[in-house]
Write a protein that binds this ligand. Sequence first.
Ligand SMILES: [Cu+2]
Length: 145
Amino acid sequence: VKRRLALAVFVACAGIGRASAAPSISVTDAWSRPAASTGTAVMYATIKNAAAVPDRLTAATTPSARNVELHQSMSSMMNGDPVASMHPVDAIVVPAHGSVTLAPGGYHLMLTGLKGDLTANGAFLARLHFANAGWIVTIVHVRAI
Ligand SMILES: [Cu+2]
């Protein structure tokens, strides 16, 4: 019961200050992988933009980690072998009347300073900030590998 209450308060606070109009951005299918508190975690989601202008994901936070970065994975060839790497990006563009999918091998959110283990079938909350739409709260489901 306590956990559910905390969740409700977090969602309510995140909504303060937002215009009453339906947000143009929707975040769905947010998911993550199990991770130990000593390591890092990734987060993926599908982001849809119903507006006639592009929007940009510029930041994210979660009570479950001290820091969240926007990252892009790339794969390149080194000596004939594929090598995966990733680097931080300032923003992720969501096209007008379009969507962007954060998924393995592409854009993702990188969580560092985890405040606890992320266990399979668990869930946590995250807030995503968009240049136009403001803060959007979503529930992230931890999927087993
Ligand atoms: Cu990363």
